[in-house]
Design a binder for this molecule. Structure first.
Ligand code: PLP
Length: 375
């Protein structure tokens, strides 16, 4: 296989070996259905219970607050639609204009049912100001949903402050933490969120697997009807290999959080230092408080799409914006939300470094950018 420099870890990550090894017995040996009561199903049933406990302990939750889903998209859909459709009333839902489409499109669907949606505008730095939420929240607000960190520009939101404001008004608070779980220390109870979405493939687990944290006191309606799995809230035979891998990957990342973060931050700093030395004019989007390794860069006058393709020819994988939206060549809603001018937005790329990247990778990316951008 050709060797690629993979610098698109915000799109997906390589599965950890520990996760891969943890899941393999559940394909050919321990393939029993966890819902059955015979002895053969004991091991998968136990694995499911342990995975739930492991995941809960990694984010400071109780194990019965973790609901397994098919990933971040489903978790976001459940949180928003589950709250909005819990009874016949029509509510106001507050979100931000630069959420992932899993949140934005769920909100649009709720708007069609008669709910009102309010979109908070981020600052140019990519931060949702708590004062903006204070101004918009009213007695009619049922839910606030603001992402923990933006997937295109990496800006981290003041989640504790935002959830405190929601709770002062008796409003539920959901956060899409898909880019954050497994990369930043999270304690859901001290963070004060009622619901939190996560996706395994963003933290070195398997694709098509995730979870929704739902605080015990939060009455969320079932999302998938059918069997009694997930306490009757999300029917369907559990993806035991994926769930086992997700728990192993999350534990592995959480056990090495500081070490990984230090490594990624030093790669990021070195990348930015080398890029600055190259005399290529650029701005970095996302303000001062960003996820380690997530680097959104705008090169004025350049074409982000062309940079992506030319780096691809050099065996380097990066993204122009959100990976979930790669078919769409329009200027991303995130860059529009932070009022980036069209000239800069068109020349924007996202490099997302992960724990498996090396200094050699960073050197190759900078050298590739120089080949493309130095006149
Ligand atoms: N939310 C955010 C912030 C994301 O970055 C993504 C994927 O890129 C998702 C949700 C969707 O997650 P999944 O791919 O698990 O459906």
């Amino acid at each position: 296989m050709k060797h690629y420099v993979y610098a698109d870890n915000a799109a997906t990550t390589k599965m950890d070996k520990v996760a891969y090894e943890a899941m393999t017995p559940y394909f050919l040996e321990e393939y029993g259905n966890a819902s059955q009561s015979y002895a053969f199903s004991r091991t998968p049933k136990k694995a499911l219970k342990e995975a739930r406990e492991t995941i809960a302990s990694c984010i400071g939750a109780f194990s019965d607050e973790i609901y397994f889903t098919s990933g971040g998209t489903e978790s976001d859909n459940w949180a928003i639609k589950g709250v909005a459709t819990s009874n016949e009333r029509k509510y106001t839902i507050i979100t931000s204009s630069f959420e992932h489409h899993a949140v934005l499109h769920s909100c649009t669907a709720m708007e069609k049912l008669g709910h009102q949606i309010v979109y908070l505008k981020p600052e140019k730095t990519g931060e949702i100001s708590p004062d903006v939420l204070k101004r918009e929240i009213t007695e009619d607000t049922k839910l606030v949903s603001v992402m923990y960190a933006n997937n295109e520009i990496g800006s981290i939101q003041p989640i504790k402050d935002l959830s405190d404001i929601a709770h002062e008004k008796g409003v539920l608070f959901h956060t899409d933490a898909v880019q954050v779980v497994g990369h930043v220390d999270i304690d859901v109870h001290s963070l004060g969120v009622d619901m939190l979405s996560a996706s395994a493939h963003k933290f070195n687990g398997m694709k098509g697997c995730g979870f929704l944290y739902v605080r015990k006191s939060c009455d969320l309606i079932p999302y998938v009807d059918g069997g009694a799995q997930e306490s009757g809230s999300r029917a369907g035979t559990e993806n035991i290999p994926g769930i086992v891998a997700m728990a192993a990957a999350l534990k592995n990342n959480c056990d090495h959080l500081e070490e990984n973060s230090k490594k990624i931050t030093s790669l990021e700093n070195e990348f930015l230092r080398m890029l600055a030395e190259s005399n290529i004019p650029f701005v970095r989007n996302g303000g001062l408080h960003t996820l380690p390794g997530l680097i959104s860069l705008s090169f004025p006058g350049a074409d982000g799409e062309a940079i992506l393709h030319r780096l691809d020819l050099l065996g380097i994988c990066i993204s122009t914006g959100s990976a979930c939206n790669s078919q769409n060549t329009e200027i991303s809603h995130v860059l529009k939300a932070i009022d980036l001018s069209d000239e800069y937005a068109k020349g924007t790329i996202r490099i997302s470094l992960g724990k498996n990247n090396t200094m050699k990778d960073v050197e190759k990316i900078v050298s590739g950018l120089k080949k493309i951008l130095v006149k």
